[in-house]
Design a protein around this ligand. Structure first.
Ligand code: FAD
Ligand code: FES
Ligand code: MG
Length: 277
C-alpha cells in the first residue's frame, strides 16, 4: 500500500509522484487533497491529489521542496512506501458549465489547478489558463494544460512568456474578453492579489487556501480561516472559498506562525542528512 510507483523531477525542486492507493484514486475529485505521514516520527502534511488513474489504483502528487518533510519526501525512490495516506479530504471543486473560465496558477499551485481544469473542460467550459513562475525553470505541466486550454505563460524575468506577474496577464485578458468566473491557486499572496484584480473587473473568483493543516478532518483547528466574517476550517469547509470573502491578512499571519521552528527543524534535518552521507 502507498507505494511510490513512479517519481520524476519536473522542475527546479519540484517532484512528480504516482502513488498506489486504490481508494484515493477511485474517490478523489478535483480540489481534494490527502494528508500523508512518511514514517512513525514524521509530521503530517497536506498535498493535493493532482490526477488519478483509477484503473491502475494510482493517484498523483506534485510536490515542491520547501522544508524538512517535503525534502524528506523528495529523497524517496520508486518502490519505497509512504506510511500513511489519508484521504481524499476536503470538498471537491464546484464544477459546472460557467462558460468562459479563467484559471490562474502560480508555482506548485499549478498542480492543484490541473484536475479542476480537466473537470471544467469535461463539462464544456471554454478555458484560458495563466501559468506563472519565477523563471522558466520553475514552470510545470505546461504541455498538459495546452492540451485542454489556451495557455498564457508569465515569468518574473521574462524567460518564458510574458514578463511580469500573473495579475498583469489577468489584467490583459480581462480587458480583451469577458470571463464568467475564475480560479486562482498558488502562494497566498498571489491569490490575494488575484482576488483584488478579479474584483476590479467584477469577475467572481475561487481560490484554494493553504493554511497549516494537521489532522485534515476539522478536529485540531490549525487550519482556521475567516471567511465572510465567520470562522471556517479550510480542511472541512474548503479548501476552496470565494476569494472576495477571505480574510487574507489573517491567513498570511497564521502561515508564518511557526517559521522559526520550521527553520530549526529543516536545518537539523539537513545537518543529519549531511552527516549520514
Ligand atoms: P516547513 O519548513 O515545515 O514549512 C514551510 C512552509 O510550508 C510553512 O512556513 C508553512 O507556510 C507551510 N506548511 C508547513 N507545515 C504545513 C502543514 N502541516 N500544512 C500546510 N502547510 C504547511 N504543497 C505541494 O508542494 N504540493 C501540493 O500539492 C500541495 N497541496 C496542498 C494542499 C493543501 C490543502 C494545503 C493546505 C497545502 C498544500 N501544499 C502543497 C503545501 C504543503 O503542505 C507544505 O508545503 C508542506 O506542508 C511543507 O512542509 P515542510 O515540512 O517541507 O516545510
Ligand atoms: Fe485540523 Fe483543519 S487541519 S481542523
Ligand atoms: Mg514541516
Amino acid at each position: 500500500m502507498n507505494e511510490i510507483v513512479k517519481k520524476a523531477k519536473i522542475a527546479e525542486d519540484v517532484f512528480d509522484f504516482w502513488i498506489h492507493s486504490p481508494s484515493v484514486s477511485k474517490e478523489a475529485g478535483p480540489g481534494q487533497f490527502v494528508v500523508i505521514r512518511l514514517h512513525e516520527k514524521g509530521e503530517r502534511i497536506p498535498l493535493t491529489v493532482a490526477d488519478t488513474r483509477p484503473e491502475k489504483g494510482l493517484f498523483r502528487m506534485v510536490v515542491k521542496v520547501v522544508g524538512k518533510t517535503t525534502h524528506e519526501l523528495s529523497l524517496k525512490k520508486e518502490g519505497d512506501t509512504i506510511l500513511d495516506v489519508v484521504g481524499p479530504l476536503g470538498n471537491p471543486s464546484e464544477i459546472k458549465n460557467y462558460g468562459n473560465v479563467l484559471l490562474v496558477g502560480g508555482g506548485v499551485g499549478i498542480a492543484t489547478l490541473y484536475p479542476i481544469a480537466k473537470a471544467l473542460k469535461n463539462v464544456g467550459n471554454n478555458i484560458t489558463t495563466v501559468l506563472g513562475a519565477r523563471t522558466k525553470d520553475y514552470l510545470i505541466m505546461v504541455d498538459e494544460f495546452k492540451k485542454i486550454s489556451d495557455v498564457l505563460l508569465v515569468t518574473d524575468d521574462g524567460s518564458a512568456g510574458m514578463k511580469g506577474v500573473v495579475t498583469d496577464a489577468m489584467d490583459k485578458l480581462f480587458r480583451e474578453r469577458k470571463f464568467d468566473i475564475c480560479w486562482a491557486v498558488g502562494p497566498t499572496i498571489m491569490m490575494k492579489f488575484c482576488t483584488l484584480k478579479a474584483r476590479e473587473f467584477g469577475v467572481p473568483i475561487w481560490v484554494s487556501l493553504n493554511p497549516i493543516m494537521v489532522d485534515g478532518t476539522g478536529m485540531c483547528g490549525a487550519c482556521r480561516v475567516t471567511v465572510s466574517g465567520q470562522i471556517k476550517f479550510a480542511c472541512v469547509d474548503g479548501p476552496e472559498f470565494r476569494g472576495e470573502e477571505v480574510d487574507w491578512d489573517e491567513l498570511l499571519k497564521r502561515l508564518a506562525q511557526y517559521r522559526e521552528q520550521e527553520k530549526i527543524s529543516y536545518e537539523r534535518f539537513l545537518r543529519a542528512a549531511g552527516e549520514s552521507e
